[in-house]
Design a protein around this ligand. Sequence first.
Ligand code: AHR
Length: 479
Amino acid sequence: MNIQILNQKSGPTISRYIYGHFAEHLGRCIYEGLYVGEDSAIPNVNGMRTDVVEALKAIKIPVLRWPGGCFADEYHWKDGIGPKENRQKMVNTHWGGVTETNHFGTHEFFELVKQLGCEAYVNGNVGSGTVQEMSEWVEYITMGGVSPMADWRRENGQEEPWAMKFFGVGNENWGCGGNMRPEYYADLYRRYQTYVRQYGDQKIYKVAGGANVDDYNWTEVLMKNAHWLMDGLSLHYYVHPKGWEEKGSALEFDENEWYVTCQKAAHMDELITRHSAIMDQYDPEKRVGIIVDEWGTWFTAEPGTNPGFLYQQNTIRDAMVAAITLNIFHKHAERVHMANIAQTVNVLQAMILTEGEKMIKTPSYHVFELYKNHQDAELVDSYGSESETISYTISKKEGKVTVSICNFSTSDEEEISLALANGTVLEANYIFADEMSAHNDFDAPEVVAIQPFTAYQQTADGVAVTVPPMSVTTLVIEA
Ligand code: AHR
């Protein structure tokens, strides 16, 4: 395969927020995964697991979405503030019917965000909450002066308002967020977002609840009726190799299922293209972003685990899905302003899995690590000759070109010539596997790990690279 760099036009900036994450009150994502409580024997700072926080900082987590998901439209934020022993418990009806203690609430979320050094993306409750409740939450979080909610926040120990960059007005309001018709939700969106007031200097980026997969009518109705009142419109798409009912196993699959999974990941391109084309009719300047605030693989929960906890293992196949999808987001960087992989720890396509005090990084984590140079880089336009199993991105930042290549063939290596002037390779790393189901486990945490990549040569017109099957490679090259 040949890749030619096309330098005619400068590309859009790949927003760092494309590398966002999502943490819901679901299974062991928040409790155990991120938050263990101040009294835990697991090393923590104010209840947040130190190992997990450090691992997420290492991949430069830019933004964290919370508290859901479906949970968001049943969450009543006032239950989650004040002394923990007084917090009202609730049933987490969506996710296993377990008791939610509300010990992780607004103060704990902003503590976590502070420790991670990332932006906050809070998702409000439209499905079962009132306008007043949503409005007061925004006041509680962001009001600096004197007000009932700001005073209450101070009584609860937080003097200064927090910075909240993103706010979601409902979640999946076509489904778990209220089973609404798009016309009805569009009206509710207009009403609720009115009271998402800006108290501080920071403009709150308002995200309207968007479509499920290919529900293009939803996008049409929302854009037509409310585009000038939103900054972003969400899109949710999960990869289920065997469909929504059967889903498929995370660890046991054949070659056909491998390729179906990769093809379904690649379908994100068509979804963004078509939703974006509808948005173009109302917003040709691409001011309103597509916010893919839930994406990733969704397999059958691991045998022996609570099916409502959505715990699944993560193999080199998940790494392919992550790389293919991120490459698609980069290509659409003008329209995709943020994305949040589901979910950060112990749920669906997780970055991190924990078991008691043990923690492992998944192959998907390593893709985010290999790709972190693309955050806020300029997309480099290129032409790649046909290949059915290669997906790649080239970007430029601070005088360096970063080339990331995913070879999702199960059997064939691929020779790639990169036509790049001054092609001095400064750094090259990759992950790869010999087996389709290669994964990390608590007894074998480094089966898939980042390693130095050496299969490249400087040539007269650039760099020649040979990428093995089932691999993701990143080369940093002098620009
Ligand atoms: O991520 C799991 C669930 O998937 C979320 O709660 C919901 O928004 C979506 O259906």
